[in-house]
Design a protein around this ligand. Structure first.
Ligand SMILES: NC(=O)c1ccc[n+]([C@@H]2O[C@H](COP(=O)([O-])OP(=O)(O)OC[C@H]3O[C@@H](n4cnc5c(N)ncnc54)[C@H](O)[C@@H]3O)[C@@H](O)[C@H]2O)c1
Length: 439
């Protein structure tokens, strides 16, 4: 027998797998998205996420056999829901890094105008701390005429997932449930227990908002540290990957100390995706003028610089080869921002492309997961002077030096932004190799 109705607002990387999990837990699930073409494809049973997502195809097939998911663009459908989960995008504006909330506000308006009394509304989108109080609650109350905590329940239950591990992350990661009231948090906790095996930790909205944006900011700052270490290692003539290995090898030395692990992150060709490049800005948004934070914006600038540094490494490599940049014919490997994913939002490949274009350098792009760039890699390697590795897709790791030497031009270059080749081996075989943090 079907349980209650859950409406999922926004069927992207977050909303779609969440919808599938609710459906699999025997809820009647209505997915709402403004993209009519996506709605059509989802109703035909298509999994819209094309990267490697263990278990998702099978889950989609199972859910469609049972038939308790359907998608729509009709907002009046919110009226039948007992629970509404909001998972729309929450970008920041390019010019001032402030949240735009166009999609979030549109979604809240549609929900507020159609929701029934007693419904529970859960914001899964990542939002700037204070948004539940200053944006979400006022819009819902105005549009519905109901009061949060009285006429409806309200909570912030942010997602912690990463493309490539969507189902695993949703099912097994601990997560915070920030309730507008303790009762709201209690209801949401009970709801998510239907498929979340991780711990559901109750708190208030402001704490949950800070935890989510803060967690991604932590990662951004850590990656920036690793990137700066990479730049230092390049200048010292050291290998950042060796340095990282030794730093992270600091383990438990005595019984009284906990496992004091250092966890230096990976340096690389840049940070992308919908989340990490904007969540730092969301975190500091409301209090920026009071606190004047320095570390967090600096980390952002360091990470944004890395694709441009890839261009500098290319320039150095070309010089070492005794060639001219203008004569180079380059293959850029990777357009998605992350390995084995089809997610290309805020990809570091775009700023690199900008640099190459600006300097009139001939290049092609290959990416097995992106429709526009799925050319045959071996044909594309033919006659190329350099490869620039922007994404660590498994397919690239399988490229043999011998094959590349056969296909590419004389004295070929490897510019490695993801440490997928071995510097010593590549040089021994006759390549010019420059890697981030390892030149
Ligand atoms: N992608 C991730 O790895 C990830 C991880 C954790 C949290 N988040 C957060 O989750 C949120 C969603 O991210 P995503 O990656 O799923 O975004 P997405 O762009 O993949 O999906 C958002 C979907 O919402 C739809 N939408 C926009 N406005 C709408 C409206 N008014 N009504 C109905 N649908 C609407 C869009 O058409 C789109 O399909 C963001 O706040 C993001 O920061 C994302």
């Amino acid at each position: 027998m079907k349980k209650e109705t859950v409406a999922i607002c926004g069927l992207g990387y977050v909303g779609y797998p969440v919808a599938m999990l609710f459906a699999d837990a025997d809820f009647n699930v209505i997915g709402v998205d403004i993209l009519e073409d996506r709605v059509k494809r989802l109703n035909a049973g298509e999994n819209p996420i094309k990267g490697q997502e263990p278990g998702l195809d099978e889950l989609v097939e199972k859910v469609f056999k049972v038939g308790n998911f359907r998608a729509t663009s009709d907002m009046s459908e919110y009226g039948s829901a007992n629970y509404i989960v909001v998972a729309v995008q929450t970008p920041v504006a390019e010019e001032n890094k402030k949240p735009t909330y166009e999609n979030l506000k549109g979604a809240l308006k549609g929900i507020g105008q159609n929701m029934k009394e007693g419904v529970t509304i859960i914001i899964e989108s990542t939002i700037a701390p204070g948004t539940m109080e200053h944006v979400v609650k006022p819009i819902l109350e105005k549009e519905s005429g109901l009061e949060a905590g009285e006429g409806f329940y309200l909570a912030n239950c942010p997602e912690r997932l990463m493309p490539g591990h969507l189902l695993e992350n949703i099912r097994y990661y601990n997560r915070v449930v920030g309730g507008w009231t303790p009762e709201s948090a209690e209801i949401v906790k009970k709801l998510y227990k239907n498929f979340v095996e991780g711990e559901l930790q109750e708190t208030d909205c402001i704490t949950a908002e800070i935890v989510k944006a803060g967690e991604n900011t932590y990662r951004d700052v850590q990656i920036a540290f690793a990137n700066e270490m990479a730049l230092l290692c390049e200048a010292y003539g050291a290998n950042v990957w060796k340095v990282r290995e030794f730093i992270n090898n600091c383990k438990k030395v005595t019984e009284t100390r906990p496992e004091a692990l250092r966890q230096m992150h990976f340096p690389g060709a840049g940070v992308g995706g919908h989340c990490i490049p904007k969540d730092s800005w969301l975190l500091i948004h409301e209090v920026r003028d009071i606190v004047n934070p320095k570390l967090i914006p600096t980390a952002r600038y360091i990470n944004d610089f890395m694709p441009l540094h890839m261009y500098d490494l290319l320039k150095d490599g070309v010089k070492e080869a005794g060639k001219e940049l203008k004569d180079m014919n380059i293959l850029v490997l990777g357009y998605a921002y992350d390995a084995n994913s089809d997610d290309d939002r805020n990809t570091p490949t775009v700023p690199l492309m900008g640099k190459l274009k600006e300097n009139g350098i001939k290049f092609e792009i290959q990416d097995p997961f992106i429709n526009d760039y799925q050319g045959d890699i071996e044909s594309m390697l033919k006659g190329k002077d350099a490869i620039v590795v922007m994404t660590g897709h498994d397919q690239y790791k399988e490229l043999s030096y011998e094959k590349m030497l056969k296909l590419m031009g004389k004295k070929p270059l490897i510019i490695d932004g993801r440490n997928i080749f071995n510097k010593e081996e590549a040089r021994e075989k006759g390549f010019i190799y420059k890697g981030v943090g390892n030149i």
